[in-house]
Design a protein around this ligand. Sequence first.
Ligand code: CTP
Ligand code: MG
Length: 231
Amino acid sequence: MKTAVLILAAGKGKRMQSDIPKQFMSVEGKPLFLYSVEKFLPLVDRTVLVTGEEDTGTCVKILSEYGLSGRVDVIAGGKERYDSSMRGLLYLEETGGCDTVLIHDAARACISEEVILRVIRQAEEEKTAVAAVPVKDTVKIAGPDKTVLDTPDRSTLFAVQTPQGFAFGSLLSAYRKFYESPFAGITDDASVMERCSDIPVKLCEGSYDNIKVTTPEDILFVQNYFKGEKQ
Ligand code: CTP
Ligand code: MG
């Protein structure tokens, strides 16, 4: 079974409000996206970094500084996250494809080998594997004026993460259907699979450490996480 990972790093990081996109922010002296790249490299057959059109050259340079030239393909992503995923899937198809594809947010630098292997194993066996953790907070659905409309049963709620792993052909077909009649509110790849394929999407155990660096306080968490790992 051939496994590829698409590491998505083509976002603008608006909620981080920093000068440079969050995936390039330095954590313990290393650009954030490299933590994911280095974690996946020994566990998969192909690693593709999807980044901003204007950042591909910089990424190639950084990868070479870390001795990773030739081990990671760098391609340009698109406007929305789903455009970046689609570009990555089409690139994989053009260059020989794979059996299982994992898609991972470069912003989730604290991804562990354990979660990656769990997602790979389940995706190979069951065609889908979405890293997720049970939500700790009570979740409410509210209207625009903040009036609470409903409180879903917490035991049925999960916070979804990446990596998300899928049978490659099935995910690419689902994405093609999605582009034929797109719909709004797509923030992960599983949603495309849920709406545009008949294959049931299954969760798989993620980790509470596997946060998505999104707002400034998240950087402190990641700095602490990697300080601890070094000791
Ligand atoms: N991403 C991408 N292409 C896009 C948008 C997002 O590859 N057009 C990537 C981001 O780089 C990130 C991951 O998808 O690693 C998750 O997205 P998110 O956390 O929303 O990152 P940003 O879109 O960069 O941040 P924001 O929404 O705050 O602008
Ligand atoms: Mg975004």
